[in-house]
Design a protein around this ligand. Structure first.
Ligand code: S3P
Length: 169
């Protein structure tokens, strides 16, 4: 398949970049977290609170699997934890071009400081949480992505432009 899938840590800009990239390329855009929330009839935070992370991860895989069966070319953004599961990595690779959006801990801190919608970052010191999770996920992100683009100190349109350039080359 020929989808463009955006992966990366929470706050790396997947949803904003995905929307803009889809608009530029004239493709539909789907955010997997929004799809999960719509199907469950509740926000991601509520899914975590009521059913826990394990059930959320199952829902992620179910939705990804469903999306993988739908052929129309799209730009898709997925949650920061999704690429960690080997099963998901297989789907992602089969679905198209996987683009990793990168951001430094400093950038992420700035973007996530006042966020209350990410259950994985609740409690404890935010910087430490970001560093630890990023370290755990880095190798998986790199394993599954073909392209990586930094978002540090760059505007949305600069990031989108770079992705378009790489994809078309
Ligand atoms: C998660 C990232 C979130 C969302 C959930 C878990 C994670 O998506 O899927 O809160 O484990 O990194 P974003 O990366 O879009 O914030």
């Amino acid at each position: 398949m020929d989808h463009i899938i955006l992966i990366g840590f929470m706050g790396s800009g997947k949803t904003s970049v995905g929307k803009q990239l889809a608009k530029t390329l004239g493709l539909p855009f789907i955010d997997l977290d929004q799809l999960i929330a719509k199907k469950a009839g509740m926000e991601i935070t509520e899914i975590f609170e009521r059913f826990g992370e394990t059930r959320f991860r199952e829902m992620e895989t179910e939705c990804l699997k469903e999306l993988s069966l739908n052929g129309e070319r799209k730009v898709i953004s997925v949650g920061g934890g999704l690429p960690v599961r080997p099963e998901n990595q297989q789907y992602l690779k089969e679905m198209g071009t996987v683009v990793l959006l990168e951001a430094s801990v400093q950038t992420l801190l700035g973007r996530l400081q006042y966020d209350s919608t990410r259950p994985m970052l609740k409690g404890g010191e935010l910087k430490r949480k970001i560093e630890t999770l990023q370290e755990q996920r880095k190798a998986e992100y790199e394993r599954v992505s073909e392209i990586s683009v930094t978002t540090d100190n760059r505007s949305l349109s600069e990031v989108v432009e770079e992705i378009c350039k790489i994809i078309k080359s």
